[in-house]
Ligand binder design. Structure first.
Ligand SMILES: NC(=O)c1ccc[n+]([C@@H]2O[C@H](COP(=O)([O-])OP(=O)(O)OC[C@H]3O[C@@H](n4cnc5c(N)ncnc54)[C@H](OP(=O)(O)O)[C@@H]3O)[C@@H](O)[C@H]2O)c1
Length: 295
């Protein structure tokens, strides 16, 4: 059993991480920005003094990608310098730091899945802030920097209206609506349950510290993903396919961002395919229970 401090535990990944470690008998302390603001060194110091964590899982982030263009300081404060503060505290007390990053650190011009060896080339303020966070987290002797992408699968929380892109598509298809999807963005989606299980496996096994792509296996475009959702639901989806360039988003997104999770697999953590993860999520949504998709 380990003492695990989770930051940002109200978020979709944070609450899943807390549930995963608790379910496996770890002593979990969940914190939100109200009780542990990672921008505030005093708040971080108080939490570390009281919890004395062996593992810190940082799920706190400024995740508004377009908003980061208008609010770069806010994005940097949380995604970069907040991580630096956590990293210093974790190093000082010998804790393991788990931190999550993003496919957005790449420019999306590759023609094969990115590996951890590929050079980042962030194209937005959010992406720059996340890359800085990776670098700060990597200063902790025992660290795992896990890049995730297009998260989905978190249990809903009363009063929280935020939805993943996958759930937006599911609800649109079920509601008989025309669903708008990017025609040309290629992703390796990540089920939060699979990310949480992989995180726990890495920590419990004491896998080599470092950077890992922690995504479901394989990759797809958003229309392919929407059609797979339709197939699983037995509904023919009506899709409006929009090229990223035509969407006129404030922040540039990488077009091709398949990630290879081979390094994670080589560390003994095999991730289910995105199709298995999607099926698991839809079973869970329909109340049939979730079983299959776990490493
Ligand atoms: N969502 C995706 O598709 C995606 C894709 C790639 C990478 N990621 C990365 O995956 C990680 C988890 O993302 P997520 O989707 O779970 O994010 P999320 O649902 O937006 O949760 C982030 C949490 O961080 C909290 N937070 C914000 N500022 C904070 C601060 N200063 N101190 C402490 N907590 C703070 C937020 O609090 P409130 O609840 O009060 O807002 C929120 O609960 C992030 O590192 C993100 O960059 C996500």
């Amino acid at each position: 059993m380990m003492r695990v401090l989770v930051t940002g535990s109200r978020g979709q990944l944070g609450r899943t991480i807390a549930a995963e470690f608790s379910a496996h008998h770890h002593d979990v302390v969940q914190t939100t920005a109200d009780d542990l603001d990672i921008r505030d060194a005093a708040s971080v110091a108080r939490a570390f003094a009281s919890v004395r964590p062996e593992v810190v899982v940082n799920c706190a982030a400024y995740t508004d990608v377009d908003g980061s263009e208008e609010h770069p300081v806010e994005a940097l404060e949380v995604n970069a310098f907040g991580v630096r503060t956590l990293a210093a505290a974790a190093s000082e007390c010998g804790a393991c730091l788990v931190h999550y990053s993003t496919d957005f650190v790449f420019d999306g011009r590759a023609d094969r899945p990115y590996t951890e060896e590929d050079r980042p080339n962030p194209r937005s303020t959010y992406a720059c802030s996340k890359l800085l966070g990776e670098w700060f987290a990597a200063g902790v002797p025992r660290h795992y920097v896990l890049r995730v992408e297009s998260l989905f699968g978190a249990a809903p929380v009363a009063g929280d209206t935020r939805r993943s892109s996958v759930d937006r598509i599911v609800e649109g298809i079920l509601g008989g609506e025309t669903v708008r999807v990017f025609s040309d963005r290629t992703v390796s989606p990540s089920h939060v349950g699979d990310v949480a299980a992989a995180t726990r496996a890495l920590v419990e096994r004491g896998a080599p510290a470092g950077l890992y792509h922690c995504v479901n296996s394989g990759f797809c475009t958003w229309p392919e993903l929407a059609r797979e959702i339709g197939r699983l639901l037995g509904v023919e989806p009506r899709l409006l396919e929009v090229a990223m360039a035509d969407a006129k988003l404030r922040a540039e997104r990488p077009v091709y961002c398949a990630l290879s999770n081979e390094k994670l697999r080589a560390a003994g953590v095999a991730m289910p395919t995105w199709q298995e993860a999607l099926a698991s999520h839809l079973r869970s949504r329909s109340g049939l229970g979730e079983t299959a998709s776990r490493p």
